[in-house]
Design a protein around this ligand. Structure first.
Ligand SMILES: NC(=O)C1=CN([C@@H]2O[C@H](COP(=O)(O)OP(=O)(O)OC[C@H]3O[C@@H](n4cnc5c(N)ncnc54)[C@H](O)[C@@H]3O)[C@@H](O)[C@H]2O)C=CC1
Ligand SMILES: O=C(O)[C@H]1O[C@H](OP(=O)(O)OP(=O)(O)OC[C@H]2O[C@@H](n3ccc(=O)[nH]c3=O)[C@H](O)[C@@H]2O)[C@H](O)[C@@H](O)[C@@H]1O
Length: 437
């Protein structure tokens, strides 16, 4: 099939690349000229494991094309994906201006039947809004389908190629039949397409992200309680997770959830609920608890140094909002850095992928290293904000030699308590006993 993908951020690029890999002829459109130029030259604008290889394969295979010209891009394709940003507006709601803007453009441009598939995360009712906008410009037949995306950064290719389910919100037989054909290579009896109406599909996406954010937040609160009453959250997590009704995934406590989606999507569902005169209390608590959790590491450091961090030198491992991405949007490391800078702390940091993005925010306020050990020399302690696999089995001897004091504050529970005792560290983590020197 000839397809057009509008917006080549994370979702658009993965969607376009994976669908091209299934033999479709895909044209990706973006308004960012530099991005399009770079992609035409085979340069991928994001760090995402396994994507670059697939991207290059499909460019060489002449199935993946890039342009800034929307009119040209949609000319020969009756299937159009929207993968546009829906960032958080000032009042917490989802900003639909990108989606609405493109709907106006499409309304003025379409000449024959098109199915417009929305992959952006959008509030309930957006499919109707898009339909109305397009209809205000044209009498040509078209369908608007809600087809939310569930991929995770860091696993995006696998998640797209082997989705646990594909949600399609549409009442149009024609659109459903086109999408069934398009997604055939991705589905099986264990990985079905679930058809529903547009409004249910739109809510499924928010409800899924909000539930996961709630699950993490619940465990963060369990961890906070563990610290007070002397339980070990790792054991509680294993005990809880072995109940298949609960499941063992997304039960890892830490220094709060971040990223480009959970924070904005929880805010957006709270806002939509308020507008519908429904007080979504549990989600309001999730928002509050996560703000506190993201601030929870620095007070531990401060307490250790008798509430005086002025002039201390702190090394940070991990800046991305999670491993295997260079994305620092709403990353807990940013809250940690802000708080430390407020207390006049000197910061050295290392992340395998995200340092350029953090440097863009802080300039020379932070020093960066070439590797994890580079930044430890003479630091008063080490903080861990992201659980990159390269931090999993470090040389504790080397860390001890380089740090001024053998002290680690771990926001991601990376190390075994007994091992840290044996290695001779003061070690504080989340929801577990403090290992004292
Ligand atoms: N990032 C993720 O892991 C996931 C994101 N989503 C949702 O998918 C949507 C897109 O997210 P991302 O890909 O992360 O966004 P992004 O911000 O990385 O990329 C969006 C792209 O759209 C382009 N764009 C903006 N206006 C345009 C226009 N008028 N015409 C053509 N291109 C235009 C931008 O230049 C940018 O390249 C959001 O609604 C997000 O919530 C859903 C699942 C996963
Ligand atoms: O809508 C989206 O954009 C995507 O949002 C999340 O994906 P992503 O933001 O890439 O990252 P996750 O792996 O879900 O992690 C989100 C945050 O939760 C934190 N987390 C995750 C799991 C856990 O057990 N504990 C925990 O603190 C991570 O550190 C990270 O900060 C969802 O997992 C995807 O299904 C969804 O498509």
């Amino acid at each position: 099939m000839n397809l057009t993908v509008i917006g080549t951020g994370y979702v658009g690029l993965v969607t376009g690349t994976c669908l091209a890999d299934m033999g479709n002829n895909v044209t990706c459109v973006d308004i960012d000229e530099d991005k399009v130029k770079a992609m035409k030259n085979g340069k991928i604008p994001i760090y995402e494991p396994n994507l670059e290889e697939l991207f290059n394969k499909n460019i060489v295979g002449d199935r993946l094309h890039f342009t800034t010209n929307l009119k040209e891009a949609i000319q020969n394709s009756s299937v159009i994906f929207l993968a546009l940003p829906t960032p958080q507006d000032e009042d917490g709601s989802a900003d639909l201006s990108y989606v609405k803007g493109v709907a106006h453009d499409l309304g003025k441009m379409i000449k024959g039947y098109k199915v417009i598939i929305n992959k952006s995360t959008v509030p309930v009712g957006t499919s109707d809004i898009v339909k109305d906008i397009i209809s205000s410009h044209t009498n040509v037949a078209f369908d608007v389908v809600s087809n939310p995306e569930f991929l995770r950064e860091g696993y995006a290719v696998k998640d797209f190629m082997e989705p646990e389910r594909i949600i399609i919100g549409s009442k149009s037989k024609k659109a459903k039949s086109i999408l069934s054909k398009l997604y055939k290579p991705f589905i099986s009896t264990k990985r079905p397409i679930i058809f529903m109406d547009e409004r249910s599909s739109e809510l499924t996406k928010y409800a899924s992200n909000c539930f996961l954010a709630t699950k993490i937040t619940f465990m963060n609160e369990v961890a906070n309680l563990c610290e007070i009453i002397g339980s070990d959250v790792d054991m509680v997590r294993i005990g809880m997770g072995s109940d298949s009704r609960i499941g063992n995934r997304f039960l890892y406590p830490g220094i709060g959830y971040g990223g480009s989606c959970f924070p904005k999507d929880v805010n957006a569902l709270v806002k939509s609920s308020d507008e519908a005169n429904y007080d979504f209390k549990i989600l309001k608590s999730v928002l509050d608890v996560n703000v506190q959790q993201k601030k929870s590491l620095v007070p531990k450091v401060s307490r250790y140094f008798n509430n005086n961090l002025k002039g201390k030198k702190v090394a940070i491992w991990g800046l991305a909002f999670k491993p295997n991405t260079d994305d620092v949007r709403e990353a807990p490391a940013i809250d940690v850095i802000n708080e430390l800078l407020l207390q006049d702390v000197e910061i050295t940091a290392y992340d395998p992928e995200a340092m350029p993005n953090i440097e863009r925010i802080y300039g020379d306020k932070i020093k960066f290293g070439k590797n994890a050990y580079d930044i430890l020399e003479d630091a008063d302690c080490l903080l861990i904000c992201t659980e990159w696999s390269e931090f999993t089995q470090p040389s504790f001897d080397k860390i001890k030699k380089l740090l001024k004091n053998p002290i680690i504050f771990d926001g991601r529970n990376m190390f075994d308590l007994e091992a840290m005792k044996h290695n001779g560290f003061h070690y504080e983590s989340v929801g577990r006993k403090i290992v004292k020197l």
